[in-house]
Ligand binder design. Sequence first.
Ligand code: SAH
Length: 342
Amino acid sequence: MVRSLKNHSYEEMQQWAVDAGFAPYTGRQIFEWLFRHFTEDTSEMLNIKKEVRSHIAEYGPLRLLDILEHESGGDGGTDKFLFQCLDGKAVESVLIRSQKRVTLCVSSQVGCAMNCAFCRTADMGFIRDLSAGEILEQYVQVQRLSEEKISNVVFMGMGEPFNNFEQSVRAALVLNHEKGPQIAARHITFSTSGIVPKIREFAHLPYQFKLAISLNAATNRIRDLLMPVNRRYPLEELLDAAKYYVQTTNRHLTFEYVLIKDVNNGDKDAAELMRLLRPIPCKLNVIPFNETGASYRRPDEKDISRFLGALSAAVFPVTLRLSGGRGINAACGQLYHEVLRK
Ligand code: SAH
C-alpha cells in the first residue's frame, strides 16, 4: 500500500502530528485541508507552518488517483469517471443524480474475486484491494469537480467491500466525519454479495451505515449458478445473517435482485422471494439486468411488470431501479476496464 496521509483517520492524523513533534491541532488542520477543502498541494495549507508542510510532502503523495476519463451519460443523470492509481491500475466511479440526492458509487477493489455470472467486473478478475485513501480519493476528485454536493455514497462499484472490510469502513468513517465531508452515516451504503461472517461483523459496528445484500435468486439452485459465493454461504446462512443484522441493529436492510429474463423472473421466483423475505424487515430493490456481453438477457417491460405484479402481495416494499448510464456502460454490473499493467 502506498504510504499516504490520505489513509489516516482523524485520530491518526493528530497522532502523526504529535509523533512529528507538532501539536495535535496541526493534525486536525491537515485533515480539514485534505477532506474538507480537497487540497493536495501543501503550499495552499496556509495555516500550517512551512516545516510541517515539508514533512507532509515527504511522508507520501497526497494525490492517489488521476482522472483518466470523464463521460456523461447524456441524460444529465449519470457521469462515469475512470481513475488511474499510482501503480497504473484502473478503477471507476459513477455519479448518479436524482431529484432528491446526488450519489457517488465508489469502487472498493481493482477488479473483483466474486465471479458473478451476470457482472462485467468479474471479467477483470481480482487484481488488488484499494486502500482507504484510494476509496476516499474517488470522492475527493469527483466532489472537487462537481458543483453539486454529493449527498450519498454507495459501495457498489467494482469489488466486494466486505472482502476489503477494514479499508472500506475506514473510508466511510472519514466520509462521515464532522471535520471532513460530513456525509450522514445513513447516507452511506455497503453492498455485499453475501460474505456472511462480515455481515455479522458489520452488525456490531457502532455506526449507522446502511446494508444492502445482492440476493439475485430465491433458490440455492439458481443462486449457485449466478453467484459462486452461494456455494460457500448458501441462502439459509445468508438470510440468517440478514436476520441477525436486523435484530442486532434494529435497522432494515435492502435486498438487491438483478432481474434476468428466463432465469429468475418467473411467478415462482416471486412467490419464493415473498416466502423467504417475509420474516425479515427489509426492502427489495429489483434491478433489470443491464447488458454486459454475457449471454443473459434483460426482461422486457412486460416481464418486469409481471414480476412486480407477482410481488404485489409482498409484506415488504418493492422498488424498481432503472439504472442510468447504460449508454456509457456506467450502470450496475457494467463497470469494467482493461487491466492496465505497468
Ligand atoms: N460486490 C458487491 C458490490 C457491488 S454492487 C455486491 O455484489 O453487492 C453491484 C450491484 O449490481 C449488485 O447488486 C449486483 O448484483 C448488481 N449487478 C451486477 N451485474 C449486473 C447487471 N448486469 N445488471 C444489473 N445489475 C447488476
